[in-house]
Design a protein. Structure first.
Length: 79
């Protein structure tokens, strides 16, 4: 699984990246985690609000995402 956190480096983007990293480790998910800060690359995903979460090239969430939401997302994506 490839997980990308899209964001320009703001505090919310950094917070989401840290939360994703924590949840991935807690759940023992085998994934590569990427922080995408290049605006040209971010625009390719057609998202209008940041941060955004991408799993295997599919945007699955945007904005503030809690750790419990992340666990739900990863559980559903891991099926």
């Amino acid at each position: 699984m490839e997980i990308k956190v899209l964001g320009t480096g703001c505090s919310r983007c950094k917070s989401l990246y840290a939360a994703v990293e924590k949840v991935v480790n807690e759940m023992g998910i085998d994934a590569s985690l990427v922080k995408e800060e290049n605006m040209e690359n971010i625009l390719k995903y057609n998202v209008m609000s940041l941060p955004a979460l991408v799993i295997d090239e599919k945007v699955v969430a945007k904005g503030n995402i809690s750790e419990s939401d992340l666990k739900t997302i990863f559980t559903n994506e891991n099926k």
